[in-house]
Design a protein around this ligand. Structure first.
Ligand SMILES: [Mn+2]
Length: 338
């Protein structure tokens, strides 16, 4: 466990603060993933059990992954923009800063009398009254699972299901570098508490839309291999999305498809959003793609990071291609010289 310097409390401290507040608003990040939604809904269920009034907010009102819909409490989620209820304490999970929670939630956070961060993304500064950030945790859902014990409520099947969904997705189905004994021990506890691995995996991974399959075909069409096949770069345009009827959520897995190619060490995927280009990096070995993403003002984890470029697509592709070649081809030369 490595808590960041921005961490100023313990999970016990977070639990105590939550129990002394009411009308708790729980928000995640823009382009929410399974860990984000799973963490929000697991915490919601635990706090309701503790007798609290809780609201769960979506950073944006974009359509989300279909897999989320079966998670207990998902139907209660409201976009931050539309939220008009009381907010006695604002909790952000799986998101380190105002940028990641988006403008609407950030405005709500400014008005909240008390603010909390529970996260596993290292960040340069603390933006809330309390923060517990552990970059060694494989998923925020793992921290929420631990927090539930500190709240003194029981780990119900609903909480376990939401937490398991977060843990399963952020470890890439228990395959990523962050998958360790702690992850399996927690997953075991969640299954003991009532999470159904096959049912949850089926909701997340056996429900792909035709649009997402067609979008994957476009992504593969546009793909180029760099550094003698050690890196893969691709993109989808706004037209690609429109012509197959895909949503932004359908893009999330494309970068993993690129990474899965034999010999590829780094994958880069760009999505043209018109005024900006959203990018994702994934690494298969020890290349630090968070450092690469930071060069474009983004960030994330060592093996999975993201960024946004305010460039036309062709320029964004050139910049990313150069950065990836610098990191991967140069790294390959160093390895050869060892
Ligand atoms: Mn996460």
């Amino acid at each position: 466990m490595t808590v960041t310097p921005q961490t100023n409390t313990t999970l016990d401290g977070i639990a105590e603060a939550l129990l002394t507040h009411d009308d708790i608003c729980i928000c995640g990040h823009v382009s929410p993933d399974g860990d984000c939604i799973g963490s929000q809904l697991a915490l919601r269920a635990a706090l309701i059990q503790a007798g609290k009034r809780v609201s769960v907010l979506l950073a944006k009102d974009d359509p989300t992954d279909v897999g989320f819909r079966f998670l207990p409490g998902f139907d209660q989620m409201v976009p931050a923009r539309a939220f008009t209820g009381p907010c006695g304490a604002f909790v952000q999970v799986d998101a380190p800063d105002a940028k990641r929670i988006g403008e609407d939630a950030a405005r709500l956070r400014e008005r909240a009398p008390f603010t909390i961060t529970i996260d596993h993304h290292a960040a340069p500064e603390r933006q809330t009254d309390l923060s517990y950030t552990d970059p060694d945790a494989a998923a925020t859902a793992l921290l929420i699972w631990q927090l539930v014990a500190h709240l003194g409520v029981s780990r119900t099947a609903d909480i376990a299901t939401c937490a398991y969904a977060g843990l399963m997705t952020d470890t890439g189905r228990f395959q990523h570098q962050n998958t360790d004994a702690t992850v399996f021990k927690a997953a075991c506890e969640m299954v003991d508490a009532g999470a159904d691995p096959a049912a949850i995996a089926s909701e997340f991974f056996q429900r792909r839309t035709m649009a997402s399959i067609q979008l994957e075909a476009r992504c593969i069409e546009h793909m180029e291999l760099l550094c003698e096949g050690q890196a893969a770069l691709s993109f989808v345009t706004h037209d690609d999305l429109e012509s197959v009827g895909a949503t932004k959520a359908d893009c999330e897995q494309l970068v993993n498809v690129l990474r899965s190619i034999d010999g590829v060490r780094v994958a880069a995927m760009l999505r043209d959003e018109g005024r900006q280009v959203r990018g994702s990096f994934r690494a298969k070995d020890d290349i630090d793609v968070a450092a690469l993403a930071r060069r474009f003002g983004g960030g994330g984890h060592t093996a999975a990071a993201g960024f946004t470029l305010h460039d036309p697509l062709d320029k964004a592709i050139r910049r990313v291609r150069r950065a990836v070649e610098g990191a991967v081809c140069a790294g390959a030369c160093e390895k050869a010289a060892d």
